[in-house]
Design a protein around this ligand. Structure first.
Ligand code: WT7
Length: 632
């Protein structure tokens, strides 16, 4: 990692101020006042939030911090599903729609809170009949169907620890995750459907358990009638078959606040994936609070987060957070380009979505396709639009704000990680937004930008993004790897190092530049790949860009850019010169790519992150290493 780096700050970037009504009616109220209130008594702040939820036994103490290990809500008892389901069914939301699902074939399924609770309890009893007990690990490898959420909630109901593996992963990745977590049961489907194509998940599962001695049972949800997949009695079970003949009622298991809720694997900058472990109490409080305040969810909202529950975004902001709040959640397996690039806007119009949460990679793809697609539909139901996963560059911000938000909806650009469990930095609804800057710490957490000795950088400079104190939904461990856990807290003594580089604006707004390992040192200057990419993408001809460092005898590294053009633009020597000039005036001469190659596609992970490592290996004729997370 590097010491510090210079960034040409766009301190004169203009602010976008939302209508005063947003602030007046927001849950968070005045950001500054709320933040100060939190700082004056952090325990009282979190205790007040936690008291909005139901606990079987209250806590003796809010938190215990024995560096680098934290515990929250000590000795409290709860069950997260009692808060996500029973609480609403007992109250006024019994008939409220909890979940709307739309299949690629147009099929729609709607669950009220009452019905969802019923399905969860019966499937939970089904799992019990297979011998699944509190503390056992269950692997969920499913397409985006309601049964995926039901399986997760059923595990939580009986205290089983789920490990959801995104259905886009292949055999080796799945096998590694099953074995690391020693999953006893694997829940899957016969097929998943993507852009009209069926992918045989069950076949992948059968290959993946070839060498997985912990697996005792497979449960399969049947989507396809013909030809039916044969199940071996005793060991292989039909999803709905398992729910037959079991009691309708399944009391929620009593969980300690610090009992594990789930394991979720995330790629590390080196080596094998890390099993990030989240616990019941703190995770529930953190995701409940941020869902409610960051999206400012109101009773009437219809909420759509386009992630897959197989990622942390789905865990926190499709399943646990929104259901804890009692929201109406829309999910779909429809991709943004199928059957045509208007599919998502059509869904927003049909479903009257009011809060929409997606990723910059999707936004930039839409930019490339043109405004005419969203313009065909009435998407005026939108009230708040969000972004997550990578920096939302100013150009994409502007487009999202104007074309999707109709210059009216606040954009919440949320920075967080699998490890943080909940959103950490954003611009709270009602506050002035600044393109390129995610915003400030959400009340409840303390962040800063520091140098490698942990000293805060002065406003206007860049450094490492850190979280200064423990927070309720932080990871408690990396499964079976304490050393990797400790690294988060020991890289920069005393605080949690996120691994991202960031710039602290003069106004305290934070601009996340990208991963610390995505830095290229050119002639002694540290240049963020994300920064150069953002500059390229701000050119009208460019849809997407990725840059890598290539060894250079004189400069140390030279920058090479891979560029996807927007429709209607052609690669030419003139355009290459234009782009180089554009980067020169945007960031400065040191950041100008030495080489630009025009491509049709970039290697990406299934979550949409560009795999620069793969580009680099190819460029240098080296082995790309582990590419199990590469899309298609
Ligand atoms: C990394 C975490 C958090 C859910 C999705 C990804 C990058 C995430 C932003 C943002 C700039 C962002 C960071 C972070 N990232 N959100 N709003 N602005 N960068 O979870 O796979 O654990 O990745 O995603 O680099 O460290 P993840």
């Amino acid at each position: 990692m590097t010491d510090n780096f210079d960034v040409k700050l766009v301190e004169n970037a203009k602010y976008y101020t939302p209508d005063a009504e947003y602030k007046r009616t927001s849950w968070i109220g005045d950001y500054q006042k709320t933040y100060e209130k939190f700082l004056s008594d952090p325990d009282a702040f979190w205790s007040k939030i936690a008291r909005e939820l139901e606990w079987i036994r209250p806590w003796d103490q809010i938190r215990e911090w024995k560096y680098p290990y934290a515990r929250w809500f000590l000795n409290a008892q709860l069950n997260i599903t009692a808060n996500c389901l029973d609480r609403h069914v007992a109250g006024d939301r019994r008939n409220k729609v909890a979940l709307i699902w739309r299949g690629e074939d147009g099929k729609e399924r709607v669950y009220s809170y009452q019905r969802l609770l019923g399905e969860v309890m019966r499937f939970a009893n089904g799992l019990k009949s297979l011998g699944v007990k509190k503390g056992d690990c269950v692997c969920i490898y499913m397409p985006m169907v309601p049964e995926q959420l039901i399986a997760m909630l059923a595990c939580a109901r009986i205290g089983a620890v789920h490990s959801v593996v995104f259905a886009g992963f292949g055999t080796t990745a799945l096998n590694m995750r099953i074995n690391d977590a020693e999953a006893k049961v694997i829940i899957t489907a016969d097929i998943s459907i993507r852009r009209g194509k069926a992918i045989p998940l069950i076949t992948i599962v059968k290959e993946a358990i070839d060498n997985a001695p912990s697996v005792e049972h497979i449960v399969m949800y049947r989507r396809r009638k013909e030809p039916p997949v044969e199940l071996r009695p005793g060991r292989e079970h039909d999803f709905y078959g398992l729910m037959e003949g079991v009691p309708a009622d399944c009391p929620a298991e009593v969980m300690d606040a610090e009992d594990p809720l789930f394991i979720l694997y995330t790629s590390g900058s080196t080596g094998t994936p890390k099993g990030v472990v989240h616990t019941c109490g703190g995770y529930m409080v953190g995701t409940y609070y941020t869902t409610k305040t960051v999206f400012d969810l109101k009773e009437r909202d219809i909420y759509w987060c386009t992630a897959d529950p197989g990622w942390i975004t789905g865990h926190s902001y499709i399943v646990y957070g929104p259901l804890a709040v009692g929201a109406t959640v829309f999910i779909t397996e429809i991709t943004p380009d199928y059957p045509d690039p208007g599919s998502w806007w059509k869904l927003i119009e049909e479903q009257q979505i009011s809060v929409f949460y997606t990723a910059p990679t999707a936004i930039r793809t839409f930019m490339k396709l043109g405004e005419e697609w969203p313009d065909r539909y009435n998407i005026g139901s939108l009230r708040i639009i969000g972004s997550v996963g990578e920096p939302l560059n100013p150009e994409a911000f502007e487009w999202y704000y104007r074309v999707i938000g109709k210059s009216r909806c606040p954009i919440v650009d949320t920075w967080w990680q699998t490890e943080t469990g909940m959103q950490i930095i954003t611009t709270m609804v009602g506050e002035p937004m600044r393109p390129g800057f995610a915003g400030k710490a959400i009340p409840g957490v303390e962040v800063d930008v520091v140098n490698k000795d942990g000293k805060p950088v002065p406003p206007g400079s860049g450094g490492f993004l850190v979280i200064k104190k423990p927070w309720p939904s932080m990871l408690r461990m990396v499964y079976k790897n304490d050393e990797r856990y400790r690294t988060y807290w020991e890289t920069i003594k005393g605080c949690y190092t996120a691994g991202d580089l960031a710039v602290k604006g003069k106004d305290g707004y934070i601009m996340v530049i990208g991963r610390a390992d995505d830095i290229i040192i050119v002639s002694g200057h540290n240049i963020g790949t994300a920064e150069v990419e953002s500059a390229l993408v701000s050119h009208h001809a460019v849809a997407e860009a990725a840059v890598i460092g290539k060894p250079d005898a004189i400069k140390g590294n030279a920058i090479k850019a891979f560029v996807i053009l927007r429709l209607g633009n052609k690669a030419s020597e003139k355009l290459t010169q234009d782009l180089m000039y554009h980067v020169r005036i945007t960031i400065g001469p040191i950041a100008v790519p030495h080489e630009i190659e025009y491509v049709d596609k970039l290697p990406k992970t299934r979550s949409g992150k560009i795999m620069r490592r793969v580009l680099k290996a190819k460029e240098l004729g080296m082995d790309p290493g582990d590419i199990s997370t590469l899309d298609e």
